[in-house]
Write a protein that binds this ligand. Sequence first.
Ligand code: IPM
Ligand code: MG
Length: 382
Amino acid sequence: MEKYIESAVLQFRTILEEQIARQEKLENDNEICDYSKLSKIIIGICYGDGIGPIISKESKKLLEYLLEDEINKGKVELRVIEGLTIENRIANNKAIPDDVLAEIKACNVILKAPTTTLKGGTLESANVAMRRELDLYANVRPVSVPEQNIDWTFFRENTEGEYVLGSKGIEIPNKLAMDFKVTTEAGTKRICRSAFEFAKKNGKKNVAIVTKANIMKKTDGKFSKIANEIAKEYPEINAEEWYIDIMTANLVNENIRSQFEVFVMPNLYGDIITDEAAQIQGGVGTAGSANIGDKYAMFEPIHGTAPRLIESGRGDYANPTSMFKATEMMLRHIGFIELANKLNKAIIICTETEKAVIVDDSENSATCSQFGDYLMQTIKKL
Ligand code: IPM
Ligand code: MG
């Protein structure tokens, strides 16, 4: 037992030093990418695993059409990045193999399909690694159900919390396991500021600060304290504190849920509650997600690789809407507002108003590419 304790204490010292170094870097980092000043925007498209290549190829077609002029003028380049597969990651024993990471970092913005995340073992999730490597601290997930007056935007802290040391826990075989959660002041300030700035710019009146500070006293306690301090700088916005358990219930409480607008929360709570919110919107296949940093940004579906769909031979029936939403958010982020609006309009026509081709879980579902063609034809008519 003594040898386990000793090695665990050593490991703890190492991760503590690493986290202190990370937070110092965070405090001093101020590299910002202004997309409007780039002579060319390089968009990397990572195909990923499972349904990833199927749905992302539809987005690629869409981007080639929407950005045709910019591509021809050399103002935009689309680069396909193929190496982010589970096979390649296992072969390299790296969450993101070095050459793939270099390709990703040579782009300005990434559109990423889902990648396999292994349970257990030591191979880290590619999402988590990319969020860390590109310092994508704000995971922004919009959910809207207009007919129910639901218009939510979740700001999930994306680089720390329960995730940052998720592959660096301690285990004493046959006895116990311990994971660590990390909340830094700089990391919390920037996600809270993003949420309140978004609320201010978009005329939102309410920000819900969601934690479990009654139990996670140190980490969520810090998150809550800092969020409330930042809230004071926005007196026009009503900031409310909620615990994650009751907030999870609130989202299915039809009497009150439409009063919520913006949410800000630590990483894992944001992961869980945004799947719940996406389900209220029509399923995780309908939700896109923006991972925003100061230098890079990455856009992806909210969901995983849908291994059950692949195993049952129905991969071609995957719903690409989440990928289209991610594409729309990406276009908006890099400054192509009109194209983003056009895409958004077409998505609404295809999924809410006209619904001439439906891609869903049923036996009669259209294929992913049939739905992609339908969206493309709809855009061409706009
Ligand atoms: C998400 C996903 C990821 C996460 C997985 C695939 C690692 O669930 O983006 O919400 O847990 O963040
Ligand atoms: Mg998730």
